[in-house]
Design a protein around this ligand. Sequence first.
Ligand code: ATP
Ligand code: MG
Length: 577
Amino acid sequence: MNSPAPAPSPATAKSSDFIRDIINDDLEAKRHEKVITRFPPEPNGFLHIGHAKSICLNFGLANEYREKLPSSGTRCHLRFDDTDPAKEDTLFEDGIQEDVRWLGFEWDGLYHASDYFEKMYEYGEHLISAGKAYVCSLSDAEIKEYRGNVTTPGKNSPHRTRTVEENLDLFRRMRKGEFKEGEHVLRAIIDMANPNMKMRDPLLYRIRHTAHHMTGDSWCIYPMYDYAHPISDAIEGITHSICTLEFENNRELYDWVIDNLIDYAKFPSRPHQYEFARLSLNYTVLSKRRLLELVEGKHVSGWDDPRLPTIAGLRRRGYTPESIRAFCASVGISKANSTVDMAQLEFCIRDDLNQKAPRVMAVLKPLKVVIENYPDNEVEELDASYWPHDVPKEGTRKVPFCKEIYIEQDDFMLEPTKDYYRLAPGKEVRLRYAHLITCTDVVKDAAGNVVEVRCTYDPEVKPGDNPVGRKVKGTIHWVSARHAVDTEVRLYDRLLSEEAPPAGKDSEFLNSINANALQVLKGCKLERSLSEANAGDSFQFERQGYFVADIKDSKPGAPVFNRIVTLKDSWARANKK
Ligand code: ATP
Ligand code: MG
């Protein structure tokens, strides 16, 4: 496993990459005087951290060049690529907008591919009239068969020679709804022997008798992505149309569509498509189809399940927009696909929260400790700092101490090993901010488990003091039993137990789901101050990790906590073993 990269400094975060090089060249050569980008999600699911990479790039470019060219009209559009009415929904559009804003970006215009359906149809008629498109009436299976494959050229559809009049008539009747789905499609006339399969008379329109969430029943023919996308870009004046590498082969068709329409349509710009490497992360899945499968199969609680790499899931998990943007910057923009280590994302959230999350005490798996020589009804209000010395922040709270406290079960060992410096029979340990205690006895249940530890404290040593010459190696955290906030804590971990889900069949990745990705702990004991935590507040539970008050399930005075990330990379350690 690679060790995580250090977080980028603000300077390297904006360092150049091949896309910025292209844009700089274009501006220098005066091919463009402004930069217009777009983020074009299909509203058929929620965004994931892969989309965040594209969002940071597209909106980030607009922000940077707007600063350099203030009155140029540089901007970034949010455009819903809504050409497949069967899978799309306004619910997803709302979620996507919320996520983009949460990440810290604002669009300079909200568009839909469906805004241009009328134009696209008109351009379809134009292509037919120019002898560049025809209505094909082969079945889906025949179209596939006629297309050939990478080693065999395809053959022309028998309908390729239809006259312009016949094609126009059929296309108009397709629009009117005179045909069933699959009866006819509109195709470009390009080259059935082209080595690029995308160029073998690609489909431009298909019939779908399905209502659309934006256009309702107005249409029963819908444009294909490869036709709709370049036209939408061109109409909006996009200058740099950035997508992921799997669309490399689509670029030739993108150019064909633009080239064959630009004179007729008088587009405000000649957009170009550029491809960059998509983000892949280990121990998770970044594909809407697989995420949908997890959600619909109820393997997770919803699109915002904190185990998911969706933006909504990461937000609920306690990730900050800053940490995700820092992560995207640290990954960079390149032309080579690679898998990024989850540890790099976790590094970014630790790095951000280290400066932002107050330190508090919480006992997740409680073991009761009774301090026998401590006065029954006494309560000491001890000062405890929210911040460690290396975080330049100030702030303290009072933590109450009394006769009965809870410590972590792991911090007691009946028969301690040699290098165990925490509590054990006869051993002395320091309670963080409080007293030194020595274990004198234990209480066991019928099964022989230790259910209570009896101790004495040293009244001569003031709370938090470090007496000279006294060797107390271990310091443990604790919570006053009487003042504790009793709550549920969810320990989240990586979604998959394997680095990469098996390549094979689609649903096989479900077998790699990490059964320990969610552990629900009840009866956790939090220090008193946490009863005031608001939903969404994050903390470092000392010695345990970073935690956030769940934004859905926390109630005023009764927070429920999610573990965002452990303090150290436990996976790297486990892997080394
Ligand atoms: P998925 O592959 O998860 O189904 P998609 O590509 O179908 O996603 P779209 O809604 O079409 O999802 O994506 C919107 C934009 O986000 C596209 O420009 C796409 O290239 C980009 N994008 C999607 N996934 C990633 C990723 N993993 N890394 C970088 N960019 C991505
Ligand atoms: Mg897509």
